[in-house]
Design a protein around this ligand. Structure first.
Ligand code: PHE
Length: 339
């Protein structure tokens, strides 16, 4: 038995292992259940007791060497194979998924682009606001329903900290900090305490505009909005202004555009009226100018505000508002060509 062990030991020491197949051959021959070393261990019972100690030690040396050689070479073979794979420059590369811009971002950028051609610059403000910037400075009476928990998400009460319900809070911040002329648009996310459905969501996006200077008139407002409507929805688009009410503008109006689906003929989308509402607007109330530190005898201004989701729905006919925040790539990818 001793001879057999010595013979196997020298065989193992000189064995050549260059690839996975040879490694497996080595394992089967020496280390598997039916391999040479197992057979020797099985025969150990027959060894005479005075030789057991010496043979046992030899056997252990044999087994350890075989195992060490096996594990050293399995690492080596593994490393060599991965190096080979990495350095094969003819392999086709992994394709990189290119994302697409969100439809709301596409439309927001287009709105910014149109107004920047008229000299408007972008201003932004915080989403978490206080009562002053969202309501009080904007002339909301104490008992106005928007100040109710049912309409507004309050974070803290007295002093009130809340999620802004409109981007008009940014006009207050700008008027407090800048001298006229002011000509800005204010895009941003706003929050309202509404049950989520296809037609309403607890957050959405607005773009608000503000222009304050000497002698700014309602005619300026109308012309600016007509320019916007035609740039956004096409040169044939008509606009109409209906009297309305906002606490911070006087007079106030809502603007409709001729339905861009039926061209004003009347269809299910415009409920057969030929018109669809797209924004609120008006002349900034002198009270608001004064509250924000602007002399209302010297300056006048107009403001307007629109929902980006609404404009996007009109442009792309998205029927369900929830699609915008579900992050379903099958939906989002459809707009990648419209950038
Ligand atoms: N802030 C109004 C809203 O959220 C929109 C608006 C802005 C109306 C500016 C008039 C002037 O509905």
């Amino acid at each position: 038995m001793k001879d057999k062990i010595t013979y196997l030991l020298s065989e193992i020491r000189s064995a050549q292992i260059a690839n996975k197949a040879q490694l497996e051959e080595f394992r089967l021959k020496y280390l598997s259940k039916k391999g040479e070393i197992s057979i020797l261990f099985d025969g150990f019972k027959q060894v005479l007791s005075d030789q057991k100690k010496e043979v046992g030690q030899l056997l252990n040396v044999l087994k350890t060497e075989a195992q060490e050689k096996f594990s050293a070479f399995s690492q080596k073979v593994e490393n060599e194979e991965t190096v080979n794979v990495k350095s094969d420059l003819t392999m086709p590369g992994d394709s990189i998924e290119v994302g697409s811009r969100h439809p709301l971002s596409i439309v927001k950028n287009e709105i910014i682009d149109i107004f920047s051609r008229l000299g408007f610059t972008v201003s932004e403000g915080p989403e978490i606001e206080d009562d002053w910037h969202v309501f009080t400075a904007l002339n909301f009476p104490e008992e106005h329903p928007a100040r109710d928990m049912q309409d507004t998400f309050f974070i803290e009460k007295s002093p009130d900290i809340l999620l802004r319900t409109h981007t008009s809070s940014v006009q207050v911040r700008v008027m407090e900090n800048q001298k006229p002329p002011i000509r800005i648009i204010m895009p941003g996310r706003v929050f309202r305490n509404e049950a989520i459905s296809a037609r309403a969501h607890c957050f959405f996006h607005q773009v608000e505009g503000l222009y304050i200077d000497h002698h700014v008139s309602f005619a300026d407002l109308k012309q600016t909005l007509l320019y916007f409507a035609r740039e956004m929805f096409g040169a044939e688009t008509k606009i109409r202004l209906r009297p309305s009410y906002f606490p911070f503008t006087e007079p106030s109006a809502e603007m409709d555009i001729s339905c861009n689906l039926c061209g004003g003929e009347g269809c299910a989308f415009c409920k057969h009226t030929g018109w669809v509402e797209i924004l609120g607007c008006g002349m900034v109330d002198p009270n608001v100018l004064e509250k924000c530190g602007i002399n209302s005898k010297e300056y006048t201004g107009y403001a307007f505000g629109m929902g980006i989701e609404r404009i996007t729905n009109l442009k792309f006919q998205v029927k369900d508002l929830r699609m915008f925040s579900e992050n379903d790539v099958r939906f989002l990818k459809q707009f990648s060509n419209s950038i």
